[in-house]
Write a protein that binds this ligand. Structure first.
Ligand SMILES: *Cc1c(COP(=O)(O)O)cnc(C)c1O
Length: 229
């Protein structure tokens, strides 16, 4: 299967669900991204700032770049002029720096709050309470150059479908709560970024609006799992 085939299959499979496909191209060389671009893909996700900047410089300028991995505050300045969406906001401090760099570039940067949903030890993501505390804080309300457009979550790396379903359900429910409490009047607060190669189907069933798919598009798979059923 070619990259073009993989993208086209994913698009066909998800067209009924109004979900945005983010091609996660981390570690892949620009030629490979160009191949996806030629197949019509315009949204790419990267998790490393330096790699993202290098690729952005070399590839067509109508690409929408998403940062999906952990972002250090001292690196925000490198992507602030062009980044379309930062999925991985996990602290007020980071949000303040994004706001500052966005202002320097005279723009507003869209962000998702990364919410911790997995049953795993991980360093990144906000707990439900922490996210609420951030949104309630005086420091957050004064920020003018960032816009929170939704939430992002990474489910546990497990084949337990019931558990995946519960984790995605929890994130959707939390999103609904935030919508009601903080963003009732903001139509832009509408994104739930959840689902990767192994679990995007369940994520879509649970209301995902953005799936972040890497290996299923770019990786070698002898039997792509959409052919298994
Ligand atoms: C790598 C990565 C993905 C894509 O993973 P695949 O299993 O290759 O689809 C999605 N989200 C995040 C945050 C990632 O780091």
């Amino acid at each position: 299967m070619s990259i073009a085939d993989n993208i086209s299959n994913l698009k066909k499979e998800t067209e009924h669900s109004n979900v945005k496909l983010i091609a996660v191209s981390k570690t892949k060389p620009v030629e490979v991204l160009q191949e996806a671009y030629n197949a019509g893909q315009r949204v790419f996700g990267e998790n490393n700032v330096q790699e993202l900047v290098e690729k952005q410089e070399q590839l067509p300028k109508d690409i929408e770049w998403h940062l999906i991995g952990h972002l250090q505050t001292n690196k925000v300045k490198y992507i602030a002029s062009f980044i379309s969406l930062i999925h991985s906001v996990d602290s007020l401090k980071l949000l303040q720096e994004i706001d500052k760099q966005a202002a320097k570039n005279k723009r507003v940067i869209d962000c998702l709050l990364q919410i911790y949903i997995a049953d795993e030890e991980t360093k990144f993501g906000l707990g439900f309470d922490e996210a609420i505390e951030l949104l309630r804080s005086e420091e957050f309300t004064v920020l003018k150059n960032v816009r929170i457009v939704g939430v992002m979550g990474i489910a546990t790396n497990t084949e337990n479908q019931k558990q995946l379903k519960e984790e995605f359900y929890e994130l959707h429910t939390f999103f609904n709560g935030l919508k009601t409490s903080f963003f009732r009047k903001e139509d832009s607060f509408k994104e739930i970024s959840m689902g990767m190669s192994a679990d995007y189907k369940i994520a879509i069933e649970q209301g995902s609006t953005m799936i972040r798919v890497g290996s299923l598009i770019f990786g070698q798979r002898l039997i792509p799992h959409w052919k298994n059923n």
